[in-house]
Design a binder for this molecule. Structure first.
Ligand code: GSH
Length: 213
């Protein structure tokens, strides 16, 4: 049985698992008190989420987890094969969703909303937001004339990037333009997304009290 520790970016993992129809257990993690959770710290001593346990295998980093699950459990429906012309662009956006969008958005969230008042809007926070915006430009250009990042079909790259855009939207740090809005309407209408939201009750509650599409 696959166990996903924590929501947050764990939502990406749960979404993929729902797309693939794989059985899993979602084990909640309270990020406000990770030090009290010895069972979780035994899984990830660094105390961040998500983590995946698959038998003896334990790993962190949501995009790496997606790649692991796709390699082990997908017949190719949600990835792009190396000999496909869209392989490079697929990999690019799979990783850009975290490295170029959700990662910088984390820094924006901390810098704007969680940092002590006197340290808000620091130069580094503006830099993180500009990073998010410049990478977002690649996403909007790519989606201007195709429904999904790899082309005509939905892939794990769309899970990666959709999560990042929703993170920006729900934290109030980004207002999607028309291209992203249509795109998110498409990706979040998927039955697997809806099932993942039912599974991730903390994410569902957060979305309900946050700005919507
Ligand atoms: N690059 C990592 C980022 C993980 C991350 O930032 N997780 C957040 C919640 S979604 C977290 O655990 N933050 C608390 C911490 O880093 O200690 C991934 O994609 O899994």
């Amino acid at each position: 049985m696959l166990t996903v520790y924590g929501e947050g970016r764990g939502f990406r993992v749960v979404w993929l698992l729902e797309e693939l129809g794989l059985a899993y257990r979602l084990r909640p993690v309270d990020l406000l008190a990770p030090d009290d959770d010895r069972e979780f710290l035994a899984i990830n001593p660094a105390g961040f989420i998500p983590a995946l346990q698959d038998g003896e295998t334990i790993m962190v980093e949501s995009i790496a987890i997606l790649e692991y699950l796709l390699a082990r459990h997908d017949s190719g429906s949600l990835a792009v094969a190396p000999d496909d012309p869209a392989f490079a662009i697929y990999l690019q956006f799979l990783h850009l969703g975290e490295a170029g969008l959700a990662g910088p958005m984390n820094a924006v969230l901390v810098g704007r909303q969680l940092a002590p008042e006197a340290e808000r809007e620091a130069h580094v926070t503006r830099w993180a937001f500009q990073t998010f915006e410049s990478r977002l430009g690649l996403v909007t250009r790519r989606l201007a004339d195709r429904p999904y990042l790899a082309g005509d079909r939905f892939t794990a790259a769309d899970i990666s990037v959709s999560y990042a855009l929703l993170l920006g939207l729900r934290t109030g740090n980004y207002i999607p333009g028309p291209v992203e809005r249509d795109y998110l309407a498409r990706t979040t209408a998927r039955p697997a997304y809806v099932r993942a939201m039912e599974s991730c009750q903390a994410t569902k509650a957060w979305a309900a009290r946050s700005p919507g599409l």
